[in-house]
Design a protein around this ligand. Structure first.
Ligand code: ZN
Length: 181
């Protein structure tokens, strides 16, 4: 089993993250540290678009890409931009519990109905839209997806450190993940 580490104190931060932007992120968001000034971003954050999550970080500290499920497969040019032009060397990939992208297929009828009623789409168009895009964004399990996406990005950007973090929407804290070997 992968273990979630609730970071409530500086000593909860795993040694490999000390003196990295991950340590700073945890200090700002979880531990309430005062904001430092940043002239440029040190970090790229990839996280879900979910409205229940908001990071407490200083201005200029991070690029942020938000997508369904924190899935960056369709945002790679923007990741590359942050790496190539923004010179970030660390990516925090943040998953969360109760993600709407889990079991997306169960939301099909409501999705189609919602597009018809809220956006004025016709049923055929709405159904095709769901059917063509849902498989790209559906995730089975939040943590498994987060770890596989982290691995994929680490392989794609070998000189960049990609770190998986978990956001608990019940306490609004970030957790580190200790992967089972
Ligand atoms: Zn989500």
């Amino acid at each position: 089993m992968n273990r979630l580490i609730k970071v409530l104190d500086k000593k909860d931060i795993l040694p490999q993250y000390i003196n990295t932007p991950i340590e700073k992120l945890l200090q700002y968001h979880n531990l309430g540290y005062d904001f430092e000034k940043y002239a440029k971003a040190d970090l790229l954050v990839g996280m879900c678009m979910d409205n229940r999550k908001q990071l407490r970080i200083p201005n200029n500290f991070a690029y942020i890409l938000r997508t369904g499920g924190g899935n960056l497969r369709y945002s790679e040019f923007k990741v590359s931009y942050a790496v190539a032009i923004g010179s970030v060397k660390t990516i925090a990939l943040i998953g969360h519990n109760n993600c709407g992208m889990v079991n997306l297929i169960s939301k099909k009828d409501n999705f189609i109905k919602g597009l018809i009623e809220n956006a004025g789409w016709d049923e055929k168009h709405a159904e095709e839209h769901f059917t063509s895009f849902a498989p790209m964004f559906e995730i089975e399990n939040e943590i498994d997806f987060l770890l596989s996406e982290t691995k994929r990005l680490n392989e794609k950007y070998p000189k960049i450190s990609v770190v998986p973090l978990f956001y608990n929407v019940d306490d609004n804290l970030l957790y580190l993940i200790e992967e089972s070997k």
